[in-house]
Design a protein around this ligand. Structure first.
Ligand code: TYM
Length: 329
């Protein structure tokens, strides 16, 4: 059976971009792959955080993931820091990663721009992400488009390690959805929908109420034309609504564009589609908020299973690098 691994940062409330760009595939993939899904709390430490708030966000992230349909009987859901090999393999991989390679990462460039207090952890963030993936010998990594460059680095590191030290890691393939891979902010369709955006009016959170979803979509920025068609470069706002509608219903955004004659009816249908997608998620989340003990148990068992797989890959990497004490003579 092939293996899937993916991760999410517990740095804010989960939004529709996370759901449509990543979680939807995670739910499908758990049916046919050996699937590992990881709440990457170590990555969250690379930016400003409050310990109490972070703890709450880790639990909330787990609740959203279980509510969108991850089933602990079918996949392994765990917290990254519960498996120490993630941090350990990061060091091994750091020692084969070029400074220049990390300097070229666009996410690092964006996040460190105009920031005097950028941390080393933010710089080496993609190496930790490579460790997450390679430890599980993942064949497939379902992510949104913004993670493509990090996946390319992961592949390069796997190939480099294998050719320097001998076959150790599988070289993973990114799995980026054809629709919904880059959901944009409703108020600024030139920027992707993001957990860290200060103004939440352009971000639809998975647990927003139906009336909030409706309001946000109704107020979404469009353009001064009146014709509906899909062209992200010329009509970013309208195309984003078509993308949201298409990703929520499984239809093609381009074809949907031909169906509508005005922005009002597009927005109305888009809000309805998003709300019917999110309704069952909210019901499940409410039930799980009352049963946090069960969530904790799922994460504890997930960590045990993840550790089994990660520790065997880590032992192999240790041996390949010539530092396994068992092999000293
Ligand atoms: P994160 O936490 O920013 O996002 C989680 C997933 O959601 C996708 N995503 C989006 N997709 C479409 N439109 C958007 N506006 C949008 N915003 C976010 C992301 O592409 C991602 O798939 N570095 C990763 C977390 C990570 C990881 C990993 C992922 C750590 N280790 C190993 C895969 C494998 C991140 O920051 O995702």
């Amino acid at each position: 059976m092939s293996t899937v691994l993916s991760g999410v940062r517990p740095t804010g409330d989960m939004h529709l971009g996370n759901y449509l760009g990543a979680f939807k595939s995670w739910v499908t993939d758990q049916e046919s792959y050996d699937s590992y899904y990881c709440i990457v709390d170590l990555h969250a430490l690379a930016e400003d955080f409050e310990p109490k708030e972070l703890r709450e966000r880790i639990v909330n992230t787990a609740i959203v993931l279980l509510s969108v349909g991850l089933d602990p009987e079918k996949c392994t859901l765990f917290i990254q820091s519960s498996v120490p090999e993630h941090a350990q393999l990061t060091w091994f991989l750091s020692c084969i990663t070029g400074f220049g390679e990390l300097n070229r990462m666009t996410q690092f460039k964006d996040k460190s721009k105009n920031n005097e207090s950028t941390k080393v952890g933010l710089f080496t963030y993609p190496v930790l992400m490579a460790a997450d993936i390679l430890l599980y010998q993942a064949d497939r990594v379902p992510v949104g488009e913004d993670q493509k460059q990090h996946l390319e680095l992961t592949r390069d590191l796997a190939i480099r390690f294998n050719s320097r030290f001998g076959a150790t890691f599988k070289v993973p393939e990114p799995a980026i959805p054809t629709v919904g891979a880059r959901i944009m902010d409703l108020q600024d369709p030139s920027a992707k929908m993001s957990k860290s955006t200060k103004d939440s009016s352009g971000v639809i959170y998975v647990l927003d109420t139906p009336s909030t979803v409706e309001k946000k979509i109704k107020r979404a920025v469009t353009d001064s034309e009146s014709e509906v068609y899909y062209d992200p470069a010329k009509k970013p706002g309208v195309s984003n609504l078509l993308e949201l509608l298409g990703a929520s219903t499984g239809e093609d955004p381009k074809q949907l564009g031909e169906k509508y004659t005005n922005y009002g009816s597009l927005k109305k249908d888009c809000a309805e589609a998003v709300n019917s997608l999110l309704a069952p998620v909210k019901d499940r989340a409410n039930a799980l908020y009352d049963d946090r003990g069960a969530v904790k148990e799922i994460l504890r068992l997930g960590a045990q299973k993840a550790h089994e797989k990660a520790s065997s890959t880590f032992a192999l990497a240790t041996s390949r690098m010539g530092i396994s004490i068992d092999e000293f003579t």
